[in-house]
Design a protein around this ligand. Sequence first.
Ligand code: ZN
Length: 95
Amino acid sequence: MGRRTDPFTIGASVPLRTVCPCCLSENDYAAAADSAHFGPGAVTLCFRCGQWAVVADDRQLRRPTPDEVLAIVADVTALRIVEAWAASNVDRLAG
Ligand SMILES: [Zn+2]
């Protein structure tokens, strides 16, 4: 299977200009992935819409595959990331 990295390790944000594949927001940074392992296959959360995306080979974001979605929803750290995102956006989401 080759190299295995944990896509759910929380690390520092890295400067990376991307477009969210869900809401099409332009983001200057990518987070929720270990910056030491940040690269293709890393999972990241859109700060704007709260949807998961995966870093593609060209370092742009794509929607997760069905298998990746299953891995994401089964991961406790991913759940904590979503909870933190929701808590930080409670006012915006309520409005
Ligand atoms: Zn988004």
